[in-house]
Design a binder for this molecule. Sequence first.
Ligand code: AMP
Ligand code: TRP
Length: 348
Amino acid sequence: MAEPVQTPQAAFPTRIFSGIQPSGGLTLGNYLGALKRFVEKQEEGIETIYCMVDMHAITVWQDPVKLRQQTREGAAAFIAAGIDPARSILFNQSQVSAHVELGWIFNCIARMGWMSRMTQFKDKAGKNSENVSLGLFAYPSLMAADILAYKATHVPVGDDQKQHLELCRDIAIKFNNDYGVNFFPIVEPVIEGAATRVMSLRDGTKKMSKSDPSDQSRINLTDDADTIAKKIRKAKTDPEPLPETLDGLKDRPEARNLVNIYAALAGHTPEQVIRDYAGAQFGTFKPALADLAVEKLEPITLEMNRLMQDPAEIDRILGQGADRADAIARPIVDQVYDIVGMVRSRRS
Ligand code: AMP
Ligand code: TRP
């Protein structure tokens, strides 16, 4: 891969960008791995740009009616979780054409070999790789464009996105080297907290995912209190009580997952949770976790439902966010066209 760029990163002001696909309802994994941390960044007073990546969602076919609904629901989840559209920029990707324009340029920078190594593509394509969309293969290059259209420097994500962010760095480095510029920053992944990878409630070795066929495997942000409590009570575990130290959870993925979820929801470290619950049976721990989950998630679900009663207001917020996003990204992409040598002679 390309050589690291030598120029100092300090030249780029701190700016956060992150995105979530509206390809289904959001889960507890999205909340703890992404949303909750997006809010923390906003509260730190950093410039934050958050996006419902609808162009990414259609790399796998989406029902148009549901796609619109899920985009609005995702936006409602952002706001209900604490994203303030006046402080953060909140919009949907397809309303800002800079993303796909830069995405194409990056398709010409990224190498086939780099893309072929992306594990998310391999997982999603499975044995069906001849029959998935070209867009699914190019997905990480569009993701790099999402970030770099804003010259974002930091990207909060869950653990599963680490490889895509490494690719984003490689694309930025190669672009800078190929054109002899110091134009794009080399982004820093921000993967932190107790729940960077929330696992399925049915199988502690699989990521909790909105696309898992079993609804029991996940907690949806639209689940009511009763459903949340039931799913936690039925979550797969082992017969042992919780151990005295974190080390004792090493080969117990399901137990480890529930401890991590508790820690992330409570804002504690997993060590603290183990200290509080050492020796406890799941018969004690699960109801405590269910209460905590309901306490933290119910207000978000209720607020989401309230916001969803006024889709026109959500659309207005997304439109306004898109205008603000466009004002940042348009001049950056225009400079990219100049750098790569496009004639630009239109007067409007
Ligand atoms: P996606 O739903 O795939 O668009 O993911 C949106 C964001 O949520 C990304 O930052 C993911 O890394 C994060 N995320 C998704 N699932 C999980 C999970 N099970 N645990 C932690 N983070 C997750
Ligand atoms: N690929 C991310 C996911 O599936 C979503 C995403 C698209 C994203 N563009 C992004 C995340 C830019 C961070 C930054 O989780």
